[in-house]
Design a protein around this ligand. Structure first.
Ligand SMILES: [Zn+2]
Ligand SMILES: [Zn+2]
Length: 275
């Protein structure tokens, strides 16, 4: 009996090894930003990795925007914007500043099927959001409308949430939030328009209301720009009784509450042409 179970676990290990090598053959081992060969799938080459601007202290305690120095934070540890008008959510953190370098890794995950990038980005998000993860009961991804998910075959925020949940051991509820209506692409909308587009665009799934009630939720998204999506998700979760809403993103704009990056025409065409 013992030898049978040893044989079975040996076979399982061999199957995992074969599946792993098959995956290595299938997934591109090239930098999504510049195309240079990398040592494994889902990684940026060392040159492109060095260009990423990681967000480290000091940053605003509330919205996670990087601050040039502690002196720029008010007495409360908040940026000027959060002191005047704090966001709907309790706290947000991001791994990188959203600029040309991080955009070159995030947009291929979002629009070009480079799903293997979720592993590397998810790992960096765990480091950036360690404090938030420690307080979270439940990980929830920002949802996409079902038609967009069917056409793209995945939701990039859900891929990141799955990586973060698996590696951190925190449970994830992938279908807690839903988008009952299709909305226009926020990446192409003017910053002032985004809040209007997102009003009432996100709901807590009726069968999940009890699961989120009283829980500290860690919301996962790829990019935090104006915060319109985060606000819509927060309002929906609070409406269902969530105790707090924390946001962890792969990247965020350097200035809180603003689409801080002017997308080149080529990127705009790519986004417009995507589903
Ligand atoms: Zn590269
Ligand atoms: Zn702030």
């Amino acid at each position: 009996m013992q030898s049978f179970s040893a044989l079975r676990s040996g076979l399982r290990r061999a199957a995992v090894r074969v599946a792993g090598s098959a995956l290595d053959l299938v997934l591109p081992r090239s930098c999504a930003s510049c195309g240079t060969e990398t040592s494994g799938p889902g990684l940026a080459c060392p040159e492109c990795f060095a260009k990423l601007r990681r967000i480290i202290a000091p940053c605003c305690d509330r919205c996670g925007v990087p601050l040039a120095a502690e002196a720029f934070a008010g007495k409360t540890g908040l940026c000027a914007r959060c002191e005047i008008s704090p966001p709907a959510w309790d706290q947000a953190r991001a791994a990188f500043v959203y600029d040309d370098a991080s955009r070159n890794l995030i947009l291929p995950l979002k629009y070009a099927d480079r799903t293997e990038l979720a592993a590397g980005l998810g790992g960096m998000m765990i480091q950036a959001g360690a404090d938030l993860l420690a307080r979270a009961d439940l990980i929830v991804p920002v949802p996409v409308h079902w038609r967009r998910r069917v056409a793209r075959r995945y939701n990039q925020a859900a891929l990141l949430a799955r990586v973060i949940s698996r590696r951190s051991g925190r449970p994830a509820l992938m279908d807690a939030l839903c988008r009952p209506h299709a909305t226009q692409k926020l990446a192409l909308a003017a910053p002032g328009e985004r809040l209007r587009i997102m009003t009432d665009a996100i709901r807590v799934s009726s069968r999940r209301r009890n699961d989120v009630c009283g829980q500290h939720i860690l919301l996962i998204d790829d990019v935090l720009t104006t915060g319109a999506t985060g606000t819509a998700c927060t309002e929906a979760l609070r409406g269902a009784g969530a105790a707090s809403v924390l946001i962890l993103a792969a990247a965020r704009t350097e200035v809180s509450g603003r689409e801080d990056i002017d997308l080149p025409d080529e990127i705009r065409r790519q986004i417009r042409g995507s589903v």
